[in-house]
Design a protein around this ligand. Structure first.
Ligand code: NCD
Length: 305
């Protein structure tokens, strides 16, 4: 069904995989919204979340439960044997005895990939430090696709912490399957890391790197803003200096991009004013809703590949 055995990074995902996720998410959308089916009856999801999460964990667990499966979980490093020094691969080997599929979040880049080497069942990366967050990227893609019915031809601004924000690292790689125009808006200190820019160049993606918000948000189809990732800063004074680099309010959106969609992976701090929440272009809560259908699609697809 999918070309990958584990969902670790967008690098393994093909355009056909993205479109398969869209198709399955459409199929599961109604069930995702407070229904249930028996597609995964008897299957167990192991949810290992070694870093804080509200949405991603609840959404992933809900995606399993709404398909008739069940969930076992470990929340936080303190309560796991990783704390005792057990290796990621051993932990994976062990959890594979209990679960048919594993969703994992961990603070270190590359940790979920390392874990997957020891796993006998499919592993889903639900965020590895400042690395990747492929399920979020897929639900972001699906949300854009549902509004416009296409991805080709869209002008998309990614705003905020492009250095540490794993959601945007994964999202650009999936957007690159389509003819999009990318505008990367960040302060100099939070620019998209060089390796991602190199990758965009290699793929011939039409993108630019800028820092002025208002001028560059003009007439975009999508404005996607991220939280400045406090937990990734060594120097908290630097975080304080950068945290309010950009603040989007409703008046700004109505002035510069009145027909656009405003997205955020959440949690939001002050970067989106609450007066945007009832604006028709606000899509961040729709992203959360779509997340369940998309994760149902991912889990179903991995267990049927
Ligand atoms: C994001 C994450 O964890 O990377 N949240 C999420 O999964 N929806 C974004 C963030 O924490 O800023």
């Amino acid at each position: 069904m999918f070309s990958f055995k584990h969902l670790l990074s967008p690098d393994q995902v093909t355009k056909a995989d993205v479109e398969k996720v869209f198709e399955l998410a459409d199929r599961f959308a109604e069930t995702a919204d407070h229904g249930s089916n028996k597609e995964l009856d008897g299957k167990v999801l192991g949810a290992l979340f070694f870093e804080p999460s509200t949405r991603t964990r609840l959404s992933t667990e809900t995606a399993m439960l709404r398909q008739g499966g069940s969930v076992i979980n470990v929340i936080g490093m303190e309560s796991s044997s990783l704390k005792k020094g057990e290796s990621l691969q051993d932990t994976a080997r062990m959890v594979s005895n209990f679960a048919d599929i594993i969703a994992m979040r961990h603070p270190d880049v590359g940790s979920v990939e390392e874990f997957a080497k020891g796993s006998l069942v499919p592993v889903i990366n639900c965020g590895d430090g400042a690395g990747d967050h492929p399920t979020q990227a897929l639900l972001d893609m699906y949300t854009i696709y549902k509004k416009y019915g296409r991805l080709d031809g869209l002008k998309i601004a990614l705003v905020g912490d492009l250095k540490f924000g794993r959601t945007v690292h994964s999202l650009i790689k999936l957007l690159a399957f389509y003819q999009v125009e990318l505008i990367l808006i960040s302060p100099e200190a939070l620019k998209m890391p060089e390796k991602y820019e190199e990758w965009l160049k290699e793929k011939g993606v039409n993108y630019k790197v800028v820092s002025d918000l208002e001028a560059n948000l003009q007439d975009v189809d999508v404005g996607y803003i991220t939280r400045v990732q406090q937990e990734r800063f060594d120097d908290q004074a630097e975080y304080m200096r950068l945290k309010d680099s950009y603040i989007i309010n409703r008046a700004l959106m109505e002035r510069v991009a009145p027909n656009s969609m405003l997205m955020h992976p959440l949690p939001r701090l002050d970067e989106i004013a609450v007066d945007c929440d009832d604006w028709e272009g606000a899509y961040y809560f729709k992203q959360v809703k779509n997340g369940v259908a998309v994760r149902m699609a991912i889990i179903f697809g991995l267990l049927n590949s």
